[in-house]
Design a binder for this molecule. Structure first.
Ligand code: FES
Length: 114
């Protein structure tokens, strides 16, 4: 099980949750009543942007789909060179689409404001 800490979404719901490795982050949020925005749930609309911070000593391997990285670049929240580095080193960028994010380890999740 991994620790998922939601901060800044809802005063009463924020806190520590647990989820199995591989669980979609958006599912963790929904099942626990964390008000993460979403619409398409398909990586297209960009409404589910969140800040993503690994809190493990060593960042777990994190394969990010090209589709998500391309969308993050298109939305202007990630530079192309940083997207390429995430791909090369299989690490997560600091901003994610919650609907495309799978739990890979202990993380802090915060709302993303443009
Ligand atoms: S809900 Fe549309 S990109 Fe995640």
């Amino acid at each position: 099980m991994a620790k998922i800490i939601f901060i800044g979404f809802d005063r009463e719901k924020d806190g520590l949750y647990h989820a199995s490795i591989g669980t979609p982050l958006l599912r963790v949020a929904k099942e626990n009543g964390i008000p993460v925005n979403f619409e398409c749930q398909d990586g297209e609309c960009g409404s589910c942007l969140v800040k993503y911070e690994n809190i493990e000593d060593k960042e777990p391997t994190n394969y990010i789909d090209d589709k998500e990285l391309d969308k993050l670049v298109e939305l202007g929240v990630l530079k192309r060179k940083d997207a390429d580095q995430c791909q090369q080193f299989t690490v997560s960028p600091p901003v994610r689409l919650a609907c495309q994010t799978l739990v890979k380890g202990d993380v802090i999740i915060k709302p993303f404001y443009n």
